[in-house]
Design a protein around this ligand. Structure first.
Ligand code: ATP
Length: 248
């Protein structure tokens, strides 16, 4: 059966402060059931792309000045972040953003506020999250501010899951984490994708790990997509090897 497209970003341009052109015509698609990686170095425009999609640029004086963003066939450019959550799209921001003074479990519960009726109990959702993140279950009574960076990243993803998203926009999940934890988090992302059917668009500087877990990748440089393809092809591409995988 043909692959269903969830998200379509068509040739978007983003300008900050009315003058700084940061995205110079970015296009990408996110298919249902896929893990799509948005790769590129520091400042390439990955975070800006995710924030453009979830309409979080206004507070940073940024705006989409060209192009379109379509979710399930509908234009979502003027949708608020909470409207997007209702449509099933949720962003997990870079830097985790858990409420430090709340426990892990209280943090997870704050993610349940967008639930609509008739989807089972909040308790079932908590169990589902704990099933994927056993570490969060162990730490459920701990104040988030006292848990490790990896646990806070898990908490941020777990909180997003509480809203039953169809698509998660995940910004730099590997940031600041030891390799073993990065592996653990990407494995959970893969499990969520395969078992819950959650689609992911993930921004990553860690090309190596992202291309092992993603199905498709886009490489951004200075606000433009310079390469795209199936993750397996990108892993074998000589330019990707030389410039992004650190081995020629
Ligand atoms: P990183 O991994 O550092 O987050 P990135 O690929 O996500 O990199 P962005 O954060 O999207 O890149 O930044 C892209 C460019 O836009 C950078 O040159 C950055 O300095 C610039 N930029 C980001 N936010 C703003 C802002 N609020 N005002 C002006 N310029 C900005």
């Amino acid at each position: 059966s043909p692959v269903e497209t969830l998200l379509e970003v068509n040739n978007i341009e983003v300008i900050y402060n009315h003058v700084i052109l940061v995205l110079k015509g970015v296009s990408l698609t996110v298919p249902k059931g896929g893990i799509t990686a948005l790769l590129g170095g520091n400042g390439a425009g990955k975070t800006t792309t995710l924030k453009a999609i979830s309409n979080l640029l206004h507070s940073e004086r940024g705006e989409v000045t060209k192009g379109s963003i379509i979710y399930r066939g509908e234009r979502v450019q003027d949708s608020s972040p909470s409207d997007l959550v209702k449509r099933g799209v949720i962003q997990v921001m870079e830097g985790r953003h858990c409420f430090e003074h709340l426990t892990i479990e209280e943090n997870l519960l704050t993610g349940a506020y967008t639930r609509t009726e008739g989807r089972g109990s909040v308790q079932d959702d908590l169990e589902m999250v704990y099933n994927y993140f056993p570490r969060l279950k162990e730490r459920r009574k701990s104040q988030a501010g006292y848990t490790s960076g990896g646990e806070q990243q898990m908490c941020a993803i777990g909180r997003a899951l509480m809203s039953h998203p169809e698509t998660i926009l995940l910004d730099e999940p590997s940031m600041g984490l030891a390799p073993q934890l990065v592996e653990e988090i990407f494995t959970i992302v893969k499990n969520l994708n395969e078992q819950e059917g959650v689609s992911f668009l993930l921004a990553e500087q860690n090309t190596n790990v992202a291309l092992r877990f993603a199905h498709h990748g886009y490489i951004l440089e200075s606000g433009r997509v310079v390469m795209e393809g199936p993750a397996a092809d990108l892993r074998e591409n000589p330019d990707v090897k030389e410039f992004y995988l650190g081995m020629s």
